[in-house]
Design a protein. Structure first.
Length: 334
């Protein structure tokens, strides 16, 4: 690694900074050698290996003024954990790359890492190494290794007749982002609306990966097709349909939305259908599974929203107006 020049008078050299950031890291027995060498050494997984990578980039995915550095660090890992959840796996170990711009202090980076460490500990994930480099904007890139059990959920497993379900509620994070970005004003200034705004903002800043739900789904006799909602229901479901060569019918009136969402948006379902970063799961299972049964099994509320059909298109019934798009990483948000 090349030495990192000081981004400010308070920022240490690269190796001093790495030592400070990783001082509190504890690893499990499956990590043979963690931070400190050219490579980490981890024990071989018992099942199939899952591998994913994702980034959060300043002014694309976050604004440092919006929340605490700890929440940002936890969120950076959560977006990777959600990929593992969508495959039904268990996270094992990750490496972290920080791109640090001028003006970022060591203290802020330590707080980011504190949140990251807490999220890793909660998800039984070892942080085994990383890198620090100069950058024009602050970025956090995490590569995560997971382990699949007997069943693996894939996008290409949907079949005509399968029923489509989602966990939790949709659209909350999209509204939270719009509130933080000043693009959404609540109707009035009631105490109820202020509480709704707070809830929606928290859903954006502190998402949760559905790891347990994913593992329970993958353990079904026939592992369902699945994906996490990172770019919006319509766009993410579209990935399943494309990979499986099928179409879908969605009942917009069955899309699960939170009381906070309804308080601000009423019956407008656009953000629930197209908003991203909720990190809930969409999954397609054979007919006969009740919502109540699946909710108990997965430990989270589940709603049936439609079915897989022959063809290659998505029909959204009851939306009122044509629905198009979702969150695109290469397109600026409106």
């Amino acid at each position: 690694m090349r030495k990192l020049s000081e981004a400010s008078s308070k920022l240490s050299s690269e190796f001093e900074l790495i030592a400070r950031l990783t001082a509190g890291i504890r690893v499990s027995r499956r990590t043979i050698l963690g931070v400190g060498d050219d490579c980490a050494i981890v024990s071989r997984p018992r099942g199939q290996v899952l591998f994913t990578i994702d980034s959060l980039v300043e002014n694309v995915h976050f604004d440092l003024r919006w929340g605490s550095p700890q929440a940002l660090g936890a969120r950076a890992l959560t977006v990777n954990l959600s990929d593992i959840a969508a495959m039904g796996g268990r996270p094992r170990a990750c490496v972290v790359n920080l791109g640090v711009r001028e003006g970022i202090t060591s203290r802020k980076l330590e707080r980011i890492y504190s949140g990251l460490r807490d999220a890793a500990r909660e998800a039984s994930t070892d942080i085994v190494g990383g890198n620090v480099t100069r950058a024009r904007e602050l970025s956090i890139t995490i590569a995560l290794v997971g382990e699949a059990g007997r069943g693996v959920m894939r996008r290409d497993a949907a079949r005509p007749g399968d029923e489509i379900f989602v966990t939790g509620t949709l659209g909350d994070a999209a509204l939270g982002w719009r509130i933080l970005a000043g693009k959404l004003e609540a109707r009035g200034n009631t105490k109820k609306n202020r509480a709704a705004e707070k809830y929606l903002v928290e859903r954006f800043l502190r998402p949760h990966a559905r790891l347990y739900a994913g593992q329970r789904l993958a353990a079904l006799r026939s592992a369902p097709a699945a994906i996490d909602v990172s770019d919006g229901l319509i766009q993410d479901l579209g990935h399943i349909l494309e990979r499986s060569g099928v179409g879908a019918e969605i009942d917009a009136l069955r899309i699960p939305i939170s009381p906070a969402y309804r308080a601000l948006m009423g019956d407008d379902l656009v953000h629930a259908l197209t908003g991203g970063e909720d990190y809930e799961l969409i999954f397609c299972v054979k007919p006969g599974r009740a919502e109540s049964e699946l909710s108990r099994r997965l430990g989270v509320g589940v709603r049936r929203i439609g079915k897989i059909v022959r063809g290659r298109r998505v029909d959204v019934i009851g939306a009122g107006a044509p629905i198009d798009g979702g969150w695109d990483q290469l397109r600026s948000r409106g």
